[in-house]
Design a protein around this ligand. Sequence first.
Ligand code: KIV
Length: 355
Amino acid sequence: MPQSANTITTVSHQPSDSSAQEARPARKVTVATLAALRARGERAVFVTAYDYPTAVFADRAGVDMLLVGDSAAMTMLGHPNTVAVTMDEMLVFARAVCRGARRPFVVGDLPFLSYQCSDREAVRNAGAFIAAGCDAVKCEGGERVARRVRAMTDAGILVMGHLGLTPQNMAQLGGWKVQGKTLAAAELVLRDAVALQRAGAFSILLEAMPAEAAAFVRERVDLLVYGIGAGPHVDGQLVIAHDVLGNFVGDVRPRFVSRYADVDDVVTNAFLSYAADVRSGRFPTPEHCYPIEPAHEAEIRAARVAGAPSACSSGSAGSAASPGSFAPPAPADAIASAGAAGHGASPAPTVGALQ
Ligand code: KIV
């Protein structure tokens, strides 16, 4: 379709290299897909996502599951722990992720006090995540939340439990502490897992547990068991996207995190280059400006140079040189010749920008 100078070009979120899409079938991941992965001994790939672009990128990469985690409190909102994020905030993140994730199975994380107080609140808030497009919800705790889990599953909602290190009751745990380090401690986690299974949960997530303890639990329940910092003997691995991408701004550095990118450096350096280009006048160049008919351009330039009043101004108020009017930062000649100056690190405008 031909584009005019003022057309906004839109693109779908398909990668330009279609082989990236072919890497995994595009069919939506369901709980049956996850069970089939486990039956085949294949590990599910599970990452957190809180926004549309991350969901799109994870989808393109063939990630199986996305958690809209309450870790958003720390990764996205700059809080020191997870308890500060609200249901309303979580739903904004969840809707954005669900818009971007076509194939992955999306789990919405019930924030602190969104399910603890009553069955009714638990069902309402879990239902809000499902209405936002999530496939399941996650809540923290075992026996003590089993009743809520039963209420949610009875309402037809898929529930994932979260055991081991449960950040919403960090104060009770005494900090970011590994859980299940003895057989007795692993048995306590197992007891909670069994309570969740009886309450109808389809899955549990084990956080910060020794690999043997996680395997001990997994082998004794009939649930899909995922892990974050719980070793390899589980049905899939969860990581916090910001930890692997290198854009977590905070003090927590878990042992189990492996970094796959340095987004912090990439973004900081991009802003440094942009700032240098703006300050030196290398940005914007003519290629970033909207073209108009040469005759119109010449007429406007002549008016600027002459300081002539425009048709819609009275007296001197519309003059390019008059006090209070918009004054361009560079003279007309400089604008005309700016294209020759070249351009620092700024890329060409991307598809989807006003062309
Ligand atoms: O919110 C989250 O990202 C989580 C993980 C830390 C397990 O619950």
